[in-house]
Write a protein that binds this ligand. Structure first.
Ligand code: MLT
Ligand code: MN
Ligand code: ZN
Length: 295
């Protein structure tokens, strides 16, 4: 399996259009690398690609990657797209893929339901783009020879569908992780996750490669930085640091571990920060746009 990080950042990207936090300022100045929004591409043969989550930046992401360019008059190496939740950073890019090239769109019934309820997605022609509903735990071919299955991870409904009260650790079809296997290696992709439960830990045991939710360094990051009023927990994202954080909870996994879907406020974006040093010392990599990882 060959992975290509199309977008390492969480929703908003780095820099985010309306943000003047230190990371966004540094990214605008070119002092640190910019990053686009949450998406990971995978291929076995280098010709056919699947994209995990279609970010609003997908047009620029595909433009930047020669591997994703058309090889004929109307053509695309993109064979399939899988969406892991209904958040805008994971579905809005579908609207940029509406120009009548066939591919398969995979998601759970609940996530495909979000698209069905929002008629603007009818622009992604059902005649060309086959929507395939996934059953939890049922293997399917994401690409020829690349077996995948989805499993529930703690999360919540998309931000734009939140009601008065919000359950932030729903385990169902609204937020899923993906297991990928080519018969040799096993990789997991979990860009949004509210908690690492014992059930999730058991699933991840056979991982050779893990791409995991690196949204926030700590739960109060948005509040402390003055960029938001919500905790990470309220946003449906476990933090990297702390006793209940992802580094501590996933410590026992021998997999190659990569943080992805990283919010622009996260101090791990700074290459010289103590937080980056901590993450690396714990054996984790911080994803960057264009990063390639083979399993
Ligand atoms: C998230 O990951 O929490 C969402 O992408 C937030 C959003 O939709 O802006
Ligand atoms: Mn997101
Ligand atoms: Zn910012």
């Amino acid at each position: 399996m060959r992975f290509l990080v199309l977008g390492a950042a969480a929703g908003g990207g780095l820099p985010q259009w309306n943000c003047g936090c230190p990371n966004c300022i540094d990214a605008r100045r070119g002092k640190i690398a910019s990053a686009s929004q949450s998406s990971l591409a995978v291929t076995l043969n280098g010709r056919d690609w699947a994209v995990l989550n279609a970010s609003p930046d997908i047009r620029a992401q595909m433009h930047r990657c020669p591997q994703m360019h058309p090889r004929a008059l109307r053509d695309t190496p993109l064979a399939s797209v899988l969406v892991t939740n209904g958040d805008i950073d994971h579905i809005a890019g579908l609207l940029s893929l509406r120009e009548q090239s066939p591919f398969t769109l995979f998601g759970t019934s609940e996530i495909l339901g979000v698209l069905a309820e929002n008629r603007v997605f009818d622009a992604v022609s059902a005649a060309k783009v086959t929507r395939r509903a996934l059953e939890i735990g049922q293997p399917f071919d994401l690409l020829e020879g690349l077996s995948a299955q989805v499993f529930p991870v703690p999360g919540k409904v998309p931000l734009f569908m939140e009601g008065e009260t919000v359950e932030t650790d729903l385990v169902g079809e609204q937020t899923v992780g993906v297991r990928l296997s080519d018969g040799d290696g096993v990789a997991y992709y979990i860009p949004g996750c509210a908690d690492v439960t014992p059930e999730l830990l058991a699933i991840l045991e056979d991982a050779d490669q893990l791409f995991f939710d690196g949204t926030l360094w700590d739960d109060a990051e948005m509040i402390r930085s003055g960029t938001g009023v919500k905790t990470g927990r309220r946003m449906g994202h476990i933090s990297i640091s702390g006793a209940g954080g992802s580094i501590a909870k996933l410590e026992g996994l021998s997999a190659n571990k990569t943080f992805i879907h990283i919010n622009n406020t996260n101090p791990v974006w700074q290459p010289d920060s103590p937080e980056r040093a901590f993450v690396q010392a714990a054996g984790w990599t911080v994803a960057a746009d264009g990063m390639e990882i083979s399993t």
